[in-house]
Write a protein that binds this ligand. Structure first.
Ligand code: SF4
Length: 946
């Protein structure tokens, strides 16, 4: 027994300290959490718990915890609030929302942080009638997610992961150690014990890099060139899995070569609209959907003339020409700093393992064409990619390059390669599209925005733009400027609302996202936007409602604060409808439930779910009331049990049906949540082995996936080697798109569509190169330390023992050239501002980069920290110097990837120089007034001292 007298009861839940969502056991005595350990039976962590997970306990005792709803009484940002009762808070919130709805539901912008029940919150926004909802993906990982979904119908992280059990070569690209924390530790350990090779591509050797067999010290923003160079070498040495390309990708499909016409760059199709290949066997054009080995032998190289007179080339041929011409390793070396011989060696290593060291597993399976296979062939090379690639203006195309590399090697959905986690993969053509309206006020007061808010446009006609081509959403998502936004652009909301472009809003509602600090860029500008007034003295962003459990910078800049309960005090679903903690072996969803009662512990707080139900019911939003106008849901527990997004499908998939005997689809079960609790907080539906691999063409898996609603049909998921969707936007830029939506006649915008919407990946320099040039020679970026996932962790006493301030890490040779010594105070200056901080010299940083830990620097007065705490004096926030916009040929544009809008915060370029004044104080510093009761808590908290 663990804990002995330290507990009276134990409960099972899901960790919230990072996005891995490990299973936990929580020990409680006297309504206080006394201990947390890993749940041995949980598929994500198999009992492992990291330091963050254990430290979740200290969130309960944080000095930054809010006790009651707050109403601002001083100027915004002063930190002057009065505490109010919940009844008054509900009255004010509903009044503000109601007034805004009457002016037009789109006047409400509701944006949420990470992992916040996205399906339910999107639905809530729909009930309000607003189109303006999104979560945090715009600055997190949308380039990877969107690129993966469009390329292979899946992606990394919750979408899929390396098959650590069988892989022999694992490459981790641009991944900080906070990502996939416990699963990676377990996986890398397993792979290395079996003798596999672990390679890290990153400007920094840290975290996982410490145990890597090889570090590839890439210059930031050049990963795309590196992977194009790798593919050049694979092509040169014929280390290509042709069978895989032929059967599962559109690489042999024929592309029309007719520049200046509306057909240029589109697939050559027959009368039924089916894409065509050139069959070498019959020397004729054949429909591509007949590709099975015995039927066709499609050409990959060559140019052909169709009976209609079109010149056509296989997509692969166009790509091969590009690889040969532009990406010789010697050229790539000049861009990336990685020696040409290493690029060739790495290509040969991964190519020969994939092709000449296959795995054969004796698992019988059937493909969607009805062919029975006696075994599963694996290609044991795997990858994982995250923000280091995503957060650049070339992030989408770089991620595309990596997905094409995976196709060339044939390592998608195979043993030893990348494996999808259900409900992925999805048929790319069936991915949801954002629900289309043609003007912001199309949805009227009392109407529901049908949703979905987010999705994957297939061509320009799916954009959310008005007749003039202006954005319909406040964040500019799905506009001509950021067409394939996929996750929305949370980072644009405050600047857009401040500039009232495309329009002003009435209420900004933020749920667990620190938009006034580390989740925004160019903070002095953001604080100006939050506090700017019109000539009458009214705030330009009139009302800000924040939902958070702690006294953050965002809370300090709010008008009404609805204090959230902690993750151990509220009902919360980790749903298959949005970001489930699924495993490769089968779908998983999970529950959090109130393990301790916050009110009994002196915190008059409510979980957001309960608040949402209360607000929705009081406003009588359509989904919250019965036909007779009476309230539909008693509270959020009742909502979780009975809410259905469509008949039989609710937030949780396990134990549905009246008696709990149905899974995935079934009527609500009044005892469902108790059944989750009894099953240690999660639902895991393990699939048989023959459904584990080749899911993109695995008949049994797909039939099952159709039966539970994950996909719509049993059919091959053809991987998009060539992404025709991008070509449709390029045609629009050229004035050749024949659809309804046409881009404004703006040469800057049109040029952008033509230049970047290439259906095959290519590398281009990050945008900042052009505007910052040689004056700002170094790349500056942040990453999260493994011990602190978010800004929330600086108020965690145990984690704060590890670091209470950050440094600027730089290479000693770079420092020497600049006359900077270890621990000197330096200025880091970009084109938008400068910060003063302390340099830390380390060979683990490549010479063109400087970097620091994210979100350790704090605004004084926030997070329950004493005014003299290091976080406010010596810790610093690099975000101050990260541009939020860029001037392109006289046009100010939000700083993001031109395809997805992903905030390109790792593009930032700086110069670094020694500060004349070596006083150990950071600059700039900001300050707000702490709440009185937070001041009172400064002393008694265990080991919680500056
Ligand atoms: S890896 Fe993440 S989810 Fe798992 S225990 Fe650590 S903090 Fe919690």
């Amino acid at each position: 027994m663990i804990g002995g007298s330290f507990y009276e009861r134990k409960s099972y839940s899901t960790c919230y300290m990072c996005a891995c969502r490990c299973g936990i056991e929580v020990y409680v005595r006297n309504n206080k959490v006394t201990y947390i350990k890993g749940n041995d039976e949980h598929p994500t962590n198999r009992g492992v718990l990291c330091a963050k997970g254990s430290s979740g306990i200290m969130k309960e005792y944080s000095p930054a915890r809010l006790k009651k709803p707050l109403l601002r009484v001083g100027p915004r940002g002063s930190g002057q609030f009065v505490e109010i009762e919940w009844e008054e808070a509900f009255r004010i919130a509903t009044q503000w929302l109601e007034e805004a709805r009457k002016k037009g539901p789109y006047k409400i912008a509701f944006f949420t942080g990470r992992d916040q029940m996205q399906a339910i919150n999107s639905w809530f926004a729909s009930q309000l009638g607003t189109i303006n909802w999104a979560a945090h993906g715009g600055f997190c990982s949308v380039n990877i997610a969107a690129s993966g979904l469009y390329s292979i119908g899946g992606s990394f992280w919750e979408f899929g992961e390396a098959d650590f059990e069988h892989t022999k070569y694992f490459m981790l690209i641009g991944v900080a150690e906070d990502h996939s924390s416990n699963p990676f530790k377990l996986g890398i350990q397993e792979m290395k014990r079996k003798g596999g090779k672990f390679v890290v591509v990153n400007p920094v050797r840290w975290g996982y890099g410490a145990v890597a067999d090889e570090w590839v010290p890439i210059k930031p923003g050049t990963d795309g060139a590196f992977f194009m160079g790798i593919m050049h070498a694979l092509f040169k040495y014929n280390l290509i899995n042709w069978e895989f390309l032929k059967e599962y990708t559109n690489a042999p499909w024929l592309v029309i070569q007719a520049p200046g016409t509306s057909k240029d760059g589109l697939f050559y199709r027959n009368e039924e609209g089916k894409p065509m290949v050139f069959d070498k066997k019959s020397n004729s054009f054949k429909s591509a959907d007949r590709i099975v080995p015995e039927d066709l032998d499609p050409a990959f190289i060559g140019e052909f003339t169709t009976p209609e007179g079109y010149k056509v080339r296989p997509a692969f041929d166009i790509f091969a020409e590009r690889l040969v011409k532009d990406y010789e390793p010697e050229k790539v070396e000049k861009i990336t700093g990685i020696p040409a011989k290493d690029i060739e060696r790495i290509a040969k290593e991964m190519g020969s393992i994939a092709l000449y060291h296959p795995i054969e597993l004796p698992i019988e399976w059937t493909d969607v064409w009805g062919r029975r296979h006696k075994k599963v062939i694996g290609r044991p090379v795997s990858f994982h990619v995250m923000r280091g690639v995503a957060s650049h203006t070339n992030g989408f195309q770089t991620a595309r390059a990596i997905f094409l590399l995976m196709m060339l090697l044939g390592v998608v959905d195979v043993p030893g390669g990348f494996l999808n986690k259900p409900p992925y993969p999805k048929h790319i053509e069936d991915l949801p599209k954002p629900y289309k309206i043609s003007k912001p006020d199309e949805i009227k007061y009392g109407e529901v925005y049908p949703g979905p808010h987010l999705g994957y446009p297939q061509n320009p006609d799916d954009l959310l733009v008005d007749q003039k081509g202006n954005p319909i959403r406040i964040d500019w998502a799905y506009s001509w400027w950021f067409p394939l936004t996929a996750h929305g652009c949370i980072q644009n909301v405050i600047p857009a609302a401040y500039q009232q472009n495309p329009y002003g809003i009435e209420v900004l509602m933020i749920y667990m996202a620190n938009m006034a600090w580390n989740s925004s860029q160019n903070i002095p500008y953001i604080l100006k936007a939050l506090t700017a007034t019109d000539p009458s003295g009214n705030y330009i962003i009139p009302r800000i409602i924040t939902i958070d459990a702690f006294y953050s910078e965002q809370v300090a800049y709010s008008d009404l604060v609805l204090p959230d309960a902690t993750y151990l005090e509220q009902w919360f679903a980790l749903s298959l409808l949005d970001r489930p903690p699924s495993a490769v072996d089968g779908p998983v969803d999970a529950l959090r439930h109130p393990i301790v009662d916050p009110v009994a512990n002196g915190y008059d707080v409510k979980g957001w779910g309960d608040v949402m139900v209360e607000i929705g019911s009081r406003l009588k939003l359509p989904g919250f009331v019965n036909e007779d106008g009476t309230r539909k849901y008693k509270d959020f527990k009742d909502f979780l049990i009975n809410w259905q997004v469509k008949p039989g499908v609710g937030a949780l998939a396990g134990w549905r049906g009246k008696n709990g005997d149905k899974h995935f689809v079934g009527e609500p079960n009044p005892n469902q949540l108790e059944m989750y609790i009894k099953n240690k907080g999660f639902f895991y539906y393990k699939l048989p082995e023959h459904m584990r691999y080749y899911r993109h063409v695995n008949k049994d898996y797909q039939e099952w996936a159709v039966s539970v609603g994950f996909i719509k049909k049993v059919a091959p998921i053809t991987f998009n080697f060539y992404l025709e969707t991008l070509q449709t936007f390029r045609l629009a830029g050229q004035g050749l798109w024949e659809g309804k939506n046409q881009p404004p006649n703006d040469p800057v915008l049109r040029d952008r569509l033509v230049k970047y919407f290439d259906p095959l990946p290519f590398w281009y320099p990050p945008f900042e190169e052009e505007v910052s040039g040689e004056e700002y020679p170094l790349y500056a970026f942040t990453q999260r330390p493994q011990w602190m996932y978010h800004s929330w962790d600086s108020q965690n006493a145990w984690l704060r023992q590890i670091s209470s301030r950050n440094y600027l890490y730089m290479n000693p040779k770079t420092a020497q050239k600049l006359g900077i010594k270890h621990l000197d105070w330096v200025w880091v200056e970009s084109r938008v501002g400068k910060v003063k901080c302390q340099a830390f010299l380390t060979n683990t940083t490549e010479p063109n980069s400087v970097w620091t830990w994210n979100a350790i620097g704090k605004m004084k007065g926030t997070w329950g920290l004493k005014p003299e705490a290091e976080e406010g004096h010596e810790g610093f926030l690099l975000n101050h110097v990260v541009p939020h916009s860029i001037n392109i040929n006289g046009r100010e544009v939000y700083y993001g990837d031109p395809i997805t809008g992903h905030l390109a915060w790792f593009d930032t370029k700086v110069k670094v120089y020694k500060a004349e004044d070596q006083t150990p104080e950071t600059y700039p510093q900001f300050e707000v007034e702490p709440l009185d009761y937070i001041k009172e808590r400064w002393v008694p908290v265990l080991r919680y001292k500056p």
